[in-house]
Design a protein around this ligand. Structure first.
Ligand code: 5RP
Length: 266
């Protein structure tokens, strides 16, 4: 693997723990002003000290994030459909490699939709992006997106994740499912999990814990952090699970005590 790609990956997946807390705030590219991100800059700013990378769109980066901030950027470069479109996730490339370089992206993220009618479009476009990014030493993260009618199970996630890796991804983002070991064991590149829709904090911490125990290198989590009752406490609890192997119960207790501490100082 090229030195530049390795170097950029090591800015995201921290060599000390081999793990990563990726903060996903890219939702606006298909969901518009998502709950919790209406004022994206204000929402993200207190979370940055606890994130290993920020995953977002070029617009969010330019409009809401101070360029002086010291955080690697995972740039969302696929899109093209909104949450209102029945063909949601029929995505193509929405950002050139030149613009990704201009924005100093450490990684580019692209969603493929395996098993849907238009899977071929998303896959071919993904491989074009991989080739362009690779020629500049930029790694690619493949999001194994799941369409509305698709089953979320280990067999499907393993298939989509392995495909993403064999098509050229350096990191896979997928969904946590029962039997997640199968997904990780059959995928030759590091795997992170998406958070998905907001669930209770305790459950989200357990999901992160179980994913790490199954071999994931981290999380690329959005709504379960920024929609938490206390996002700053939540990202620190997630961090404890990911980097310090803290149990789900201990992480939840940590969350509760941080929440109380923050409230006491408010
Ligand atoms: C969808 C995505 C999202 O844009 C986002 O990053 C997901 O984050 P979360 O589900 O944790 O809110 O990648 O495929």
């Amino acid at each position: 693997m090229d030195w530049g790609i390795k170097n950029r990956i090591s800015r995201i997946i921290k060599p000390a723990s081999g793990r990563a807390v990726m903060l996903a705030v890219d939702h606006g590219y298909f969901m518009g002003p998502t709950t919790g991100l209406e004022q994206l800059g204000d929402a993200v700013s207190p979370l940055l000290p606890y994130a290993d990378t920020l995953m977002l769109t070029r617009g969010a980066l330019r409009y809401f994030i101070d360029p002086a901030v010291d955080i690697p950027i995972t740039l969302r470069v696929s899109g093209g459909t909104s949450i209102l479109n029945p063909q949601l996730l029929h995505e193509g490339n929405i950002c050139s490699i030149e613009d990704a370089i201009r924005l100093n992206a450490s990684c580019v993220a692209f969603s493929i939709l395996v098993g849907a009618e238009y899977e071929r479009d998303t896959i071919l476009e993904f491989t074009r992006v991989v080739d362009q990014a690779r020629s500049f030493g930029i790694p690619s993260l493949c999001v194994t997106a799941v369409g509305r009618d698709m089953v979320r199970d280990a067999r499907y996630m393993a298939l989509a994740s392995r495909m993403g890796a064999e098509l050229g991804a350096d990191i896979i983002k997928t969904y946590f499912v029962e039997g997640f070991e199968k997904v990780v064991e059959t995928c030759p590149v590091p795997v992170v999990i998406a958070g998905g829709k907001k669930i209770p904090e305790r459950d989200a911490l357990k999901m992160a814990h179980d994913a790490i125990a199954a071999g994931a290198v981290g999380v690329d989590m959005g709504r379960n952090i920024f929609q938490a009752e206390n996002p700053v406490a939540m990202i620190q609890a997630v961090r404890a699970v990911v980097h310090d192997n803290v149990s789900a119960d201990d992480a939840f207790n940590h969350y509760e005590s941080l929440k109380a501490e923050i409230a006491a100082h408010a």
